[in-house]
Design a protein around this ligand. Structure first.
Ligand code: COA
Ligand code: AMP
Length: 635
């Protein structure tokens, strides 16, 4: 971004505030357009905003083909590093173009066309990225579903986005456990009302799947003899993908990402936040099923001509807490992104950072953390041992890129531990009181962003305009409600303190306690229930269930607890990490019948709390405390 290149953070923010249209039009120059945009913002349908809506372009062309055209064909685009299988492989941009065009050709031959939805249910293999790119090459819309979700969650997504096809792998690999995907996929298709026309299955040698004749096609066989597909130009506001995320209820929200704004914003972040140059290696140790995986395993690095790493492993145990450092040394990683929980896991196994010393990390220039609150101890530990800037940055599935960060590519601003630093251009972040009034420095309130949100953020929810309005736009008219609470200090630094809804964050995974409650309530012996997120040293939060049983149920409570734990694993998936539940006689409520979950969290965490004025019967809190003590909480 030539004319912004020697600007400092405050100047950049001022430039954006004064000239938002020019700001984003300049950022758009880094994208290849079939038809250039004549303007950035289209507010003709506010509060539904669109960006670069009169442009035509293709995401796959920008992420792959143009790099081959421009001489990067021999550069490695994707490194697959799997400590679980003990294998590594590399794919150059030229090879990636070939693979993507062939798979897209196969999908097109089976009738996939612009606007069709394709679900991708795959583990951390490079074919997951090939599948994403092949879908967008055709102007179709992908929806990647995380492998740790159960069949029922997959079915909910199938019914919501009605895919023409599903691309899956035969299995995923967790340490010590092979996750058979095909039975989950078959189960989901059976549960769902909508039936996809066909599936494409990548057979992995660890566990091959049985294919159903006429519905399931083998990944390789389906590509035999097909004509490779060209990139299909689409409108700037055409959806590139839908990514489901947890909301207040069990029904996930289908966040839409539009083609042009997505590319413009991600390209911008690679340079201005992550401070990498094209050709360098960028690694996000997340999963393609999450937004971090979409933005920073797949699209961001590839749009920017970086080499990305698809890592199939865990921070610890594959084989040890030195894995991250081994990958960074071996592949010369310049910028590394992971969740605080992953660093906490490493720190717990290797508190003195001994394993770090075994590796040459001289290429690493920064560590980025997001997905949950980064506690000061973890940041300090990482900084002391890695001796590079450790950047906490705050964002959401809805925004697709950082709302607040330390923009290393612009200027490294002083770090304040506990704060993800300052808002990025495009985001006018405000702290609001219950009446929607802007609050002063250091005052705690709801975090909201003045509309319009910048390019790349959600233009809406899939097939759910009303829910979009209600979830994000209604509480504070003129603002986007983030669902987070916090404050801004006198220097403009943001502090993210808590969620204002029923979302919890377990090991960097966003989960709905409401969704878990729906599952618990489905158990025949459960009359009433509540799920809260309690503080956990490793995972940030862990869900704990409270069960009130139907009158006359005389079974041992342990049996019911075991059954509900199994039920959540079956219905939501292992990723929910739901392992703790207690049986209680009653739940604490307000006089109007609202369950006092926040007070229960305070009791579990052993924190001070004010007796809610509206509580129906304060004595119940002692019962809750006693129940929590039986599972090691409320100390
Ligand atoms: N497919 C199937 N199952 C999966 C899965 C996947 N893709 N990912 C996780 N699971 C399962 C795990 O096997 C585990 O099952 P278990 O109950 O049988 O042990 C369960 O889901 C919980 O997994 P996880 O949250 O990963 O916990 P863990 O105890 O296995 O590992 C950490 C703990 C901290 C090492 C791990 O959570 C981690 O690496 N976190 C980083 C998270 C991250 O990168 N988030 C992305 C946001 S940036
Ligand atoms: P997700 O949509 O899964 O990325 O989850 C987004 C939510 O995770 C945010 O709304 C926050 O509650 C939380 N979160 C993400 N990053 C941070 C951060 N750096 N600090 C505090 N909370 C964060």
């Amino acid at each position: 971004m030539t004319d912004q290149s020697d600007t400092r953070y405050h100047d950049l923010m001022q430039y954006w505030r004064d000239n938002p249209e020019a700001y984003w039009m300049e950022a758009a120059e880094y994208i290849d357009w079939d038809v250039k945009p004549t303007h950035a913002l289209d507010d003709s349908d506010a509060p539904f905003y669109r960006w670069f809506s009169d442009a035509q372009t293709n995401t796959c062309f920008n992420a792959v083909d143009r790099h081959v055209r421009d001489g990067r064909g021999d550069q490695v685009a994707i490194i697959h590093d799997s400590p679980i299988t003990g294998t590594q492989s590399k794919i150059t941009y030229a090879e990636l173009q070939d693979k993507v065009a062939k798979l897209a050709g196969a999908l097109a031959a089976k009738g996939v066309t612009k606007g069709d939805r394709v679900i991708i249910y795959m583990p951390m293999v490079p074919e997951a990225l090939v599948a994403m790119l092949a879908v967008v090459r055709l102007g179709a819309i992908h929806s990647v579903v995380f492998g740790g979700f159960a069949a029922n969650e997959l079915a909910v997504r199938i019914d919501d986005c009605a895919p023409k096809a599903i691309i899956a792998a035969s299995c995923g690999l967790e340490p010590g456990r092979t996750v058979a995907y095909k039975p989950l996929l078959d189960g989901a298709i059976e549960i769902a009302e909508h039936k996809p026309e066909f599936t494409v299955i990548l057979q992995r040698e660890q566990l091959e799947a049985d294919l159903i004749d006429g519905r399931d096609y083998d990944w390789n066989a389906v590509q035999d003899g097909v004509t490779p597909a060209e990139c299909v130009p689409v409108e700037g506001s055409h959806p590139c993908y839908i990514l489901y995320t947890s909301g207040t209820t069990g029904a996930p929200k289908g966040v839409i990402r539009s083609t042009a704004g997505h590319m413009v914003s991600l390209y911008w972040t690679m340079e201005k936040i992550y401070a990498v140059k094209p050709g360098e290696v960028f690694w996000a140790a997340s999963d393609v099923g999450w937004v971090v995986g979409h933005s920073y395993i797949c699209y961001g690095p590839l749009l920017h001509g970086n080499t990305t790493i698809v890592f199939e492993g865990k921070p610890v145990g594959t084989p040890d807490a030195g894995t991250f450092w081994r990958v960074i040394e071996e592949h010369k990683v310049a910028s590394f992104f992971t969740a605080p929980t992953a660093i906490r896991a490493v720190k717990r196994e290797d508190p003195a950072g001994k394993l770090i010393k075994d590796y040459d990390l001289s290429h690493l220039r920064a560590l980025f953390l997001a997905g949950e609150r980064a506690d000061p101890d973890t940041i300090q530990w990482a900084f002391d041992h890695l001796k590079v800037p450790v950047v906490d940055h705050w964002w959401q599935t809805e925004t697709g890129f950082a709302i607040a960060a330390n923009p290393l590519g612009v200027e490294e601003i002083p770090v304040k531990l506990g704060s993800p630093s300052v808002p990025m251009p495009g985001y006018d972040v405000q702290i609001l009181d219950e009446g929607g009034n802007e609050m002063g420095p250091n005052e705690l309130g709801a975090i909201a962003i003045k509309l319009p949100l910048p390019p790349g953020t959600l233009p809406g929810l899939w097939n759910a305009d009303d829910r979009f309005r209600k979830s994000y736009l209604t509480t504070f008219p003129g603002y986007y409600e983030t669902g987070d609470a916090g404050m801004i200090d006198e220097d403009g630094y943001l502090y993210i303190m808590a969620r204002t809804d029923d979302v919890i964050n377990v090991a960097g995974h966003r989960l709905s306690t409401g969704g878990m409650e729906e599952v618990l309530a489905g158990h025949p012996d459960v009359a009433e229930c509540a799920v809260i997120g309690v503080t956990d040293e490793l995972k940030g939060q862990l869900p704990v269930g409270f069960l009130c049983l139907n009158a006359g149920v005389n079974r041992p409570h342990d049996e019911v607890v075991t059954e509900v734990v199994k039920l959540v694993r079956e219905k939501i998936g292992p990723v929910a990490a739901f392992k703790l539940a207690v049986v209680v006689d009653r739940l604490p409520k307000t006089r109007s019948g609202k369950i006092l979950r926040a007070t229960m969290v305070k009791i579990a965490d052993g924190a001070d709390f004010k007796m809610p004025a509206t509580i129906d019967d304060p004595a119940i809190l002692d019962e809750i405390r006693d129940a929590l003590k039986t599972i090691g909480y409320a100390a």
